[in-house]
Design a protein around this ligand. Structure first.
Ligand code: 4AD
Ligand code: MG
Length: 427
C-alpha cells in the first residue's frame, strides 16, 4: 500500500489503495460506523470505518479523540456527495497517539483565547491554506526575481540607523550601544547594487506600531528590490510584472486553497498594466467625498480604504508630496517626489512602497537634517552617492499585506503564524 497525501487524492492523482498519515480533525460515532475527518496538512478527507468490516479492531476507535494521530489504510473512492469529492473506506488503521481533549472546540472562542492558543489553532485547514498560499507567494517572488536577473542578498537585521523615520523604531541594546531592528533593507540594498547590479532580499522588517489596526504587524516579511540604471517609471513596471507573476502562480498552484477565501475568477480578471493615478487626484476625490484631508497629508487607513474600494485590480498612486514620504526619495519638482505606492484593491490598501532614489548628496543631507537624523549614522550611505552614483530605484512589498488581500482576510494577523502586534509576543 502506498503512502499518499490527502491532496494527491483530492487532485485525483492517487491509486485507489492508499495509506494516509494524519490527525483526526473531526470524529462522529454512529451505530457500527465511525466517520473520521482526517487532516494531514495538505487537505482534509472523510474516512469511513465500519464494524462489519473491521471486526474486533473496530473497538479501538472508540477511544479516538480530536487531534489524535493515526495511520489509516483503505480504498479511496470518488463520491460526489463527500466534501472534496472523495472518501476513504477504512480497511485497517494504527492509532499512533490518542490526544488529550483538544482545547480548540467547534464552538466559538474569543480572539484572545485563540491568540493564546495560536500554536494549536494553526492546525486548522483554514490556516494551513493561508500558509500554503503564502509559500506560493514567496516562491513566486523568488522565481520571478531569478528569471529577471536579480541576485538574492542577505542584508543585516540589526542596524545603526533608521530607514523609515524614528517613530516606529525598535531599539536594542547592542553590547551597551544603541541599535535598531531593521525597518527595511533598502539602504543596504542600495549599497549592494554597486557590487551586483539588480538585487533583492526577503527579510523580516520591524515596525513599532503603537496602535491596534487590522493592517499593521510589528514584525513582517519584507520583499525588497533595488535596481541600478532605473527610473521610477521602469521601477513601477518591475513591481507590476512581479505582482502579476505572483497572482498567476497562486492561481496555478493554489486554486483549491484560494477557493476557501474568494472566487478565483476575481483574480483571473486582473490584467496589466495596472491603473495609475496621481496623489493630487486622490486628494481631490477624497475632498469631494467629504474627507477632511488637505494637500500634503499622507493617506490614512480610512482614506486608502475608500479609494481602494473603487478598484478591483492593484493600482498605483504616484507622486506624493515630499513631506509625506521618506528622506531618500528623488525630487520630481519643488513639492513632489518620484514615488508610487501600489495599492491592493477591494478595500485593502498599500501593498508596495517604491521610489526612485535621490542621487544628490547635498539634497540628502538637507532632508536628513529636516528629519532631525544624526548625519554621522548615515555617513556610509552618503558615500554611495560620492563614488560612482547612478540613477536607481527600488521598492518594498509587504508579504503579509499581499496575503491579506489575496485571501480577503479581516485582520492581517491571520497571514502570519505567530503574529507580533502591540501587547503580544506569546506564543
Ligand atoms: O512603505 P514602506 O515603509 O517602504 C519601505 O520600507 C521602503 N524602504 C521599501 C523599499 O523601497 N525597499 O514599507 C514597504 C511595505 C508597505 O507597502 C507595506 O506593504 C509593508 O511594507 N509594511 C507593513 N506590513 C505589515 N505591517 C506593517 N507594520 C508594515 N509597514 C509596512
Ligand atoms: Mg509606505
Amino acid at each position: 500500500m502506498v503512502d499518499v497525501k490527502i491532496s494527491d487524492i483530492l487532485d485525483g492523482k492517487a491509486e485507489s489503495d492508499v495509506q494516509l498519515k494524519g490527525w483526526v480533525w473531526n470524529i462522529r460515532f454512529g451505530g457500527g460506523i465511525v466517520f473520521i475527518v482526517l487532516r494531514d496538512g495538505t487537505g482534509t478527507i472523510q474516512c469511513i470505518a465500519k464494524k462489519e468490516e473491521l471486526g474486533d479492531k473496530f473497538k479501538e476507535l472508540e477511544n479516538l479523540t480530536r487531534e489524535s494521530s493515526i495511520v489509516i489504510r483503505g480504498r479511496a473512492k470518488k463520491d460526489e456527495r463527500a466534501p472534496g469529492g472523495y472518501e476513504i473506506h477504512c480497511k485497517d488503521f494504527d492509532i499512533v497517539y490518542v490526544s488529550e481533549e483538544f482545547p480548540i472546540g467547534k464552538k466559538e472562542h474569543g480572539p484572545a483565547f485563540l491568540l493564546d492558543n495560536r500554536h494549536l489553532v494553526l492546525r486548522s485547514p483554514r490556516y494551513a491554506a493561508i500558509m500554503r498560499i503564502k509559500d506560493t507567494i514567496l516562491h513566486g517572488a523568488r522565481e520571478w526575481f531569478r528569471e529577471n536577473g536579480f541576485t538574492e542578498v542577505t542584508p543585516p537585521i540589526i542596524s545603526g540607523n533608521s530607514c523609515e523615520g524614528g517613530s516606529t523604531l525598535f531599539e536594542l541594546n547592542y553590547f551597551g550601544k544603541k541599535a535598531y531592528l531593521s525597518q527595511s533593507a533598502q539602504l543596504y540594498l542600495e549599497a549592494l547594487i554597486f557590487s551586483l547590479g539588480k538585487v533583492y532580499s526577503i527579510t523580516p522588517s520591524f515596525r513599532a506600531e503603537k496602535s491596534r489596526t487590522r493592517r499593521h504587524l510589528a514584525e513582517y516579511w519584507h520583499i525588497e528590490a533595488e535596481e541600478p540604471w532605473t527610473t521610477e517609471e521602469e521601477n513601477e513596471k518591475i513591481e507590476e510584472n512581479l505582482v502579476f507573476h505572483i497572482i498567476r502562480k497562486v492561481l496555478d498552484e493554489r486554486k483549491r486553497e484560494l477557493s476557501m477565501f474568494r472566487d478565483p475568477s476575481t483574480l483571473e480578471r486582473i490584467q496589466k498594466p495596472f491603473p495609475r493615478i496621481k496623489y493630487s487626484e486622490v486628494i481631490n476625490t477624497l475632498q469631494k467625498n467629504g474627507y477632511d484631508i488637505k494637500w500634503g497629508d499622507d493617506l490614512g487607513a480610512d482614506e486608502e480604504y475608500f479609494i481602494s474600494k473603487k478598484f478591483d485590480s492593484p493600482f498605483f498612486i504616484q507622486n506624493f508630496p515630499k513631506e509625506a514620504k521618506a528622506f531618500y526619495m528623488k525630487r520630481l519638482d519643488e513639492k513632489l517626489v518620484k514615488c508610487a505606492d501600489m495599492i491592493a484593491p477591494e478595500g485593502y490598501g498599500e501593498m508596495i512602497g517604491g521610489s526612485e532614489r535621490e542621487t544628490d548628496v547635498d539634497v540628502l543631507i538637507k532632508r536628513l537634517e529636516e528629519q532631525e537624523e544624526n548625519i554621522e549614522n548615515y555617513k556610509w550611505y552618503l558615500d554611495l552617492r560620492r563614488y560612482g552614483s547612478v540613477s536607481h530605484s527600488g521598492f518594498g512589498l509587504g508579504t503579509e499585506r499581499m496575503v491579506w488581500w489575496i485571501c480577503k482576510l479581516d485582520h492581517i494577523r491571520d497571514t502570519i503564524p505567530f503574529p507580533r502586534v502591540i501587547n503580544r509576543y506569546y506564543p
